[in-house]
Design a protein around this ligand. Structure first.
Ligand SMILES: *[C@@H]1O[C@H](CO)[C@@H](O)[C@H](O)[C@H]1NC(C)=O
Ligand SMILES: *[C@@H]1O[C@H](CO)[C@@H](O)[C@H](O)[C@H]1NC(C)=O
Ligand SMILES: *[C@@H]1O[C@H](CO)[C@@H](O)[C@H](O)[C@H]1NC(C)=O
Ligand SMILES: *[C@@H]1O[C@H](CO)[C@@H](O)[C@H](O)[C@H]1NC(C)=O
Length: 292
């Protein structure tokens, strides 16, 4: 027997049928929200637009004041425009340093004036490292060879010769390369320096574009300052201590080498998309009496 059969009608008779009164409204159902919009429906719309506008305005302010805060140089006049479009290096402008002195960095290069290491070709200056053993032979690099630079440009003549002695562990600088300078021809105090260059790729290479004081007015390094426009490394981008996808710029200054305050004035740039040996870039320094 189902439960239905237990139901009874008003007269007490069993009906066996469930009677449920419908609660459905009869006739057309009013739906006012379809014809007239809610009273404050404009609020969220305008709030959204307001917040968007504030964001855009904030961005515009940030860009404007960011750009405005970048100092600008006044007029500058041309001191040197070197396009390397001659047949050879213009030695009235450039001095090829000839030295074995390590240049304060422990460099093991022999800086030469050889066309093997620096030459002008196709409107470009090439700086090319080579192996010293190609010139003096492998064994001489390591023992029994007295290398004396007759055309040495180092201010310290004791760094103009080296004797290889296997017993003493002294070797001839094993790599030849070039260090070129305008120190005898042109110099600037304040202005813009632009160097368009492609950096090299290869372990042990340290490309650098530096400015040194012409006259060390305030004394020996670092008292008279040094502006390193850029330095990088030839190692690939996987090199953990900054490879060819990194550049750094530094000022060296202070009363003594041990008190060089460079760590306050050094910075790095890492490019996530390229390495600096892949193509040419213009490296620029702007400098006046208030900023660098
Ligand atoms: C230039 O390189 C060649 C080949 O390695 C060598 O024979 C020559 O001596 C080099 N020139 C100089 C000036 O070092
Ligand atoms: C090497 O040459 C330099 C200068 O030419 C000289 O002063 C020095 O005594 C020489 N050293 C040796 C070990 O021959
Ligand atoms: C010259 O170089 C030698 C060897 O590196 C060094 O011992 C000496 O102090 C230097 N002299 C000067 C005046 O810098
Ligand atoms: C090489 O170095 C050793 C050890 O310092 C020294 O005894 C020897 O005289 C040196 N040789 C020359 C030719 O200078």
């Amino acid at each position: 027997m189902s439960q239905d059969s237990l139901l009874v009608n008003e007269k007490g008779a069993r009906t066996g049928k469930l009677v449920i009164t419908s609660s459905l409204l009869k006739g057309p159902v009013p739906k006012p929200w379809l014809t007239q919009p809610a009273r404050y429906s404009w609020v969220p719309r305008y709030l959204f637009l307001l917040i968007c506008s504030l964001g855009l305005l904030g961005g515009a302010f940030q860009i404007y004041f960011g750009l405005k805060s970048v100092p600008k140089l006044g007029n500058v006049c041309l001191v040197l425009d070197e396009q390397f479009d001659g047949d050879s290096l213009d030695t009235s402008i450039w001095t090829r340093e000839v030295a074995l002195d390590g240049w304060g960095n422990g460099e093991f290069e022999w800086s030469t004036d050889s066309g093997n290491n620096s030459r002008v070709e196709d409107g470009m200056l090439y700086i090319v490292p080579t192996l010293t053993e190609d010139v003096i032979g492998h064994d001489n690099v390591f023992d029994g060879y007295n290398l004396t630079l007759n055309d040495c440009t180092s201010g310290n003549s004791t760094t103009c010769w080296v004797y290889s002695n296997a017993t003493a562990g002294t070797i001839i600088n094993p790599v030849q390369s070039a260090r070129l300078s305008t120190r005898l021809s042109r110099s600037v105090k304040y202005g813009r320096i632009e160097v368009r260059a492609r950096l090299p790729r290869g372990d042990w290479l340290w490309p650098a574009i530096w400015m040194m004081p012409k006259d060390s007015m305030y004394g020996p390094w670092p008292r008279s300052g040094e502006i390193d426009i850029i330095e990088s490394r030839g190692n690939g981008p996987s090199y953990p201590a900054q490879g060819s996808d990194w550049l750094s710029s530094t000022l060296h200054w202070g009363p003594a080498p041990l008190l060089d305050g460079y760590w306050r004035t050094t910075g790095w740039w890492n490019d996530k998309h390229l390495t600096f040996d892949e193509g040419f870039h213009t490296y620029t320094l702007e400098w006046d009496d208030k900023f660098l």
